[in-house]
Design a protein around this ligand. Structure first.
Ligand SMILES: [Zn+2]
Length: 466
């Protein structure tokens, strides 16, 4: 009974549903009719790679070691040559596997015959079972990216999709995790509602159709689980506020990619997504000292950046189990986590717009936030703020804004990474009906193990929907 997970990277639940309703995606519409289509919450930061840890590890990304697409390493484990900073954009993406908590198993470590395509997290996946991992592929993707060749991404998706279907036919794997990135790439350059994004969705549909056709011919379709998911949404960007450039202009020695050389920096600005960022100060400290203990000289510059129009929410970790959430217009509140329960206490306002929560389970915390602007915000903030690798201040961008402008190779009109609903809600289409409504993408991994009849390891953040 194979489990095949196809990631339609960057697809929003509403745009995917509209495309199915329009008749653009007949294979997915058929899966929806026979199984189901659900809207679930991804993890924060809502960005590719980090947001794959729920699918492959059943865990939120911060606590397993991936706080963002870029992060600063206070512990100095990462080479000083790169300013003790990590960016998974480019060749360092290969460091993801070793940056991840070795004690948290991946799906690839828990299964026998497996296959992956563009899956970022590869631990436990043999080289021969990685599609799109060759140097030739990297060159082609790099060329497509830097030339801003938008249609080139569709050709890459078609290649990956047909290679994937062929390998599934030939190798008969029990677990497959494959990403098609065309929807995300084309959304960035042309906008999520553009025609080219619709075309990218059709490639996901064609891939699902081919996998189904092959399984039907082999007589294995009834026992096959085929799930179409996404890792984050998208929303339009009209203005870029380069936070790193802002600090440089204010006279601070600023550590930010791609210029991470040299020493004696004052602040590290690690943009992830690009609609979120980690800010690190007091860089000489090897561990976090948390907001109340930061050197007083940072109060004013950080207060100022949190009031910028580009910033919607600022999260300020206050200690291992609590964080202040601040909004320039809606005041501040405290999110805390204690013995597996979550609380939210408004102080000068209600920035998350949900009233008050006292010691509720993760499930009730999601329910309380589901219809707000920030679905699952309390649980997501508590997890990311708890990561030892997170910044002293974590920014979530306002609508129409992102936080990086310089050194972006091609202009982008759409972005993701933030906490608001256009970025956090994702689709999950299944070919068989589920037993319990799926809530979050962290539910996917335990469900896959349940479908495969394998034991579910302890300590996961999700629950099986089968
Ligand atoms: Zn993207």
């Amino acid at each position: 009974m194979p489990v095949i997970i196809l990631v339609a990277d960057g697809a929003r639940p509403d745009s995917l549903a509209e495309a199915m309703d329009r008749g653009d995606l007949p294979a997915l519409a058929r899966l929806r009719a026979e199984g189901g289509a659900h809207t679930v919450v991804t993890s924060w930061p809502s960005v590719t790679g980090m947001a794959y840890t729920p699918f492959l590890m059943g865990r939120f990304p911060g606590p397993v070691g991936l706080p963002g697409l870029r992060w600063f390493d206070r512990s100095r484990r990462i080479s000083g040559l790169f300013g003790h900073a990590r960016s998974y954009v480019g060749s360092e993406m290969r460091q993801v596997d070793t940056d991840l908590d070795a004690g948290a198993p991946t799906m690839f470590e828990l299964t026998q015959r497996k296959l992956g395509a563009l899956n970022v997290i590869q631990r436990g996946l043999p080289f021969r079972d990685r599609i799109g991992y060759s140097a030739g592929f990297a060159l082609r993707a790099g060329w497509t990216h830097f030339r801003g060749n938008v249609r080139g991404w569709l050709a890459i998706d078609r290649d990956i999709g047909s290679t994937l279907a062929r390998r599934i036919r030939k190798d008969n794997p029990e677990f497959v995790f494959a990403a098609l990135t065309g929807i995300d790439k084309t959304s960035h350059s042309e906008g999520h509602n553009s025609q080219v994004v619709r075309d990218a969705m059709k490639i996901v549909d064609a891939t699902a159709a081919e996998i189904r056709h092959d399984a039907e011919r082999a007589g294995t379709w009834e026992e096959t689980h085929l799930w179409i998911v996404s890792d984050h949404g998208h929303s339009p960007v009209t203005q870029h506020d380069d936070i790193a450039a802002h600090f440089r202009a204010t006279g601070f020695r600023t550590l930010a990619h791609p210029w991470t050389f040299g020493t004696a920096h004052d602040i590290a600005v690690m943009v992830s997504g690009n609609a979120m960022a980690h800010l690190y100060v007091d860089l000489r400290n090897r561990t976090r000292s948390f907001w109340p203990a930061l050197s007083p000289r940072w109060r004013e510059p950080l207060d100022e950046v949190m009031r910028r129009p580009s910033v919607d929410l600022a999260v300020i970790p206050q200690g291992p189990g609590s964080a202040e959430v601040r909004s320039a217009h809606h005041g501040s509140a405290v999110v805390s986590r204690h013995n597996g329960t979550f609380s939210y206490r408004p102080e000068t306002g209600d920035p998350l717009g949900l009233g008050e929560l006292s010691d509720v389970c993760a499930c009730a915390a999601l329910e309380a936030t589901a219809d707000t602007d920030y679905p699952d915000s309390v649980v997501q903030i508590a997890h990311l703020a708890a990561s030892a690798r997170s910044g002293d201040v974590i920014l979530s961008a306002a609508r129409l804004w992102d936080l990086r402008e310089q050194y972006e190779p091609i202009p982008h009109v759409s972005s993701h990474g933030a906490l608001h609903r256009e970025h956090m809600l994702v689709p999950l289409v299944t070919n068989h009906p589920v037993v319990r409504p799926p809530r979050r993408t962290v539910d996917v991994m335990p469900s896959a193990l349940a479908a495969l009849g394998k034991p579910i390891p302890p300590g996961l953040d999700g629950r099986s929907f089968l």
